[in-house]
Design a protein around this ligand. Structure first.
Ligand code: PYR
Length: 617
């Protein structure tokens, strides 16, 4: 009997799914060499891609490429795997073809060996360029089918066995080296896994690699049945970073299979030593835990991906829906039905999540959407998806709803990449050179091309605060307590000892003097306390029933005002774009009229109910 091969997802999907993607390179690199020594027989380690790319810059103030390069140096002996969102690369929208090509080339060069490519609607044209780009680098293209629904449910047959078999055949003919089954929510039940894997093994002549999340608690059972059916590789995480919304636990699967001859070729004692490390480290990230402390079979109802659960929960809190999480989960499933039952994985899952938040926040039902949808301002991501910007679901979008959401504008049905101008990287390079005032690397180019705003803010932060990646994680997240002493290794073998002595009262302009010891020498530094300056002026509130008043619907920021006072507008014209968490909304004119007053500026913070714009006849 062949041993089961494993991919270890601890460095990527495990923390994306348990801790809102927050594990820092600092904590990964400390355990990288021991991991390489202790788990040499893995098929691969998934350590990059998905949400880790933008979260690194956005929240951890580090460069995702440095993570890849640092880990590559420390782990030379195991294949590195990344998650690539097809035409969306590691972003949330389609990019021009030459960006995909360049991104794949650069990632392969920096150390990625296996690219798991998927499309968030299982739409083949969204994957073909990425598969081709991977093949051109000589690396391994794992093309993944996203699993949704339930092949055993006779009442829900949109995604049935035949559907998956046809897709698998097509991916094989497109040049996939490995067939992935990406069960991003953990919906694949044990018997369904047996049938699906058996049929796919009959259908294609490729190794089959199964990825799932253990949200329901049935993960190891599902894997065991997939292994009975001949699956070649499965995704697991080190036990203290496994289970729940993460992947099933590596050691648990090992013990479950022991005696069958199919147990993976790992030293389970070494694996549990790695688990001890992660158990301690996980504690530093407690604030990002998603609160799921028990199996959650409800996932079979709401179908939310493991990687989305904790992130959407945070988004819901940020828009004031903390007490209504049950409603959001329920609405998530209803929105899926409203959208015609689609695959839900980044970015399509985010669209469903945005719509669910929008409907709960505004107390809307499906009937309201059909009855009053023409006057509703849907989240930007919803409008974009229905316009065809992230591809097409099997069978297309429901027509009536599409007309309502697009306000009868024409969607497109071909590949979005076709409509996009290629990015001129020389131009980007010279613009960046001016802005950064330093040599521009291939990695800067990718960061900027994919996330211009996030990258610029990351650079500004780094210029202001320096390289914070050297700080230990408790200090990074929570700062120093008075009297606390820490060691900071700024480069190999060069350690500084920092002790916080005291902090002065704030001066009138909000500055404080921080007294500390630096390798035993007293030092001080003046720092602006950004929490002072809370004299935020109140904005006028919109009159609820006044049709001339346009109000903010969620706490957030104004991204861009698109009109001027005195300008004539027609019903449906775009007035301004707002952002709440990462969700953009375009506010449209509810009727024809003239812009009488604009009460907000670009980048201004707004509250729900604030008066943004007034219209008159
Ligand atoms: C991602 O795209 O980030 C997933 O984990 C699906």
């Amino acid at each position: 009997q062949d041993r089961t091969l494993l991919t270890d997802t601890t460095f990527r999907d495990a923390h994306q799914s348990l801790l809102a993607t927050r594990i820092r390179t600092h904590d990964l690199q400390k355990i990288a060499e021991p991991t390489a020594r202790m788990l040499p027989q893995l098929f691969s380690t998934e350590m990059w891609g998905g949400a880790t790319y933008d979260v690194a810059m956005r929240f951890l103030h580090e460069d995702p490429w440095e993570r890849l390069i640092t880990l590559r140096e420390k782990v030379p002996n195991v294949l590195f795997q990344m998650l690539l969102r097809g035409a969306n690369a590691v972003g949330y929208k389609n990019y021009p073809d030459n960006v995909i090509e360049e991104f794949v080339k650069t990632s392969a060069h920096a150390g990625i060996d296996v690219f798991r490519v998927f499309d968030s609607l299982n739409w083949l044209p969204g994957m073909t360029k990425a598969i081709e780009a991977v093949r051109n680098t000589g690396k391994l293209a794992e093309a993944a089918i996203c699993y949704t629904g339930d092949i055993l449910d006779e009442n829900r047959q949109k995604y049935n066995l035949n559907y998956y078999k046809e897709l698998a055949k097509t991916l094989e003919s497109e040049g996939a080296h490995i067939l992935g089954i990406k069960d991003m929510a953990g919906l694949l039940k044990p018997e369904a896994a047996y049938q699906l894997v058996s049929e796919l093994k009959e259908t294609v002549d490729l190794p089959v690699h199964l990825h799932m999340h253990d949200t329901s608690g049935n993960g190891v059972f599902t894997y065991a049945r997939a292994i009975d059916a001949g699956v070649d590789v499965v995704d697991t995480a080190i036990s203290s970073m496994g289970g729940s919304t993460s992947q099933p636990s590596m050691e648990s699967l090992y013990y479950a299979l022991k005696g069958t001859g199919k147990e993976p070729d790992i030293d389970v004692k070494e694996a549990s030593r790695l688990s001890n490390y992660w158990e301690d480290v996980r504690g530093y990230y407690q604030g990002f835990e998603n609160g799921l402390i028990a199996p959650h079979p409800e996932v079979y109802e709401h179908e939310m991906p493991g990687g989305q659960y904790s992130n959407l929960q945070q988004q819901a809190q940020a828009v004031g829906l903390k007490g209504r999480w049950d409603d959001v989960k329920d609405m998530y499933a209803r929105v899926n039905t409203l959208f015609g039952d689609i695959v839900k994985v980044t970015p399509s899952s985010k669209v469903v999540g945005d719509m669910a938040l929008y409907m709960v926040k505004n107390n809307l039902t499906e009937e309201d959407i059909f009855a009053t949808g023409n006057s509703l301002d849907f989240p930007e991501s919803v409008v974009e998806m229905f316009k065809g910007e992230i591809g097409q679901p099997p069978g297309g979008f429901p027509n009536e709803l599409q007309n309502i959401i697009l306000k009868n504008r024409e969607p497109y049905t071909d590949r979005p990449g076709k409509h996009m101008e290629p990015v001129d990287f020389n131009e980007v390079e010279s613009a960046l050179y001016d802005e950064l005032d330093r040599e521009v690397t291939a990695h800067d180019l990718m960061n900027y091309t994919m996330y211009p705003k996030v990258f610029t803010e990351y650079e500004q932060f780094k210029n202001y605060f320096g390289d914070v990646s050297v700080l230990d994680t408790p200090t990074f997240f929570y700062g120093l307590r008075l009297g606390e002493e820490i060691e900071v290794e700024i480069e190999e073998g060069k350690t500084l000892i920092v002790k916080l002595i005291s902090i002065s009262k704030a001066s009138e302009n909000g500055n404080r003097i921080v007294y500390f010891e630096f390798n035993g020498q007293p030092r001080e530094v003046i720092i602006k306390d950004r929490s002072i300056e809370s004299t935020v002026k109140e904005k006028p509130k919109a009159e609820k029933k006044n049709p001339n008043h346009i109000a903010g619907t969620m706490p957030g920021t104004v991204l861009k005002v698109l009109v001027k006072e005195g300008e004539e507008v027609k019903k449906g014209d775009q007035l301004l774009i707002t952002e709440a968490m990462k969700m953009e909304t375009t506010v449209q004119a509810p009727r024809d009229g003239v812009i009488k007053a604009i009460h907000v500026d670009n980048s201004e913070a707004i509250e729900s109910g604030d008066l943004l714009i007034e219209i008159s006849d």
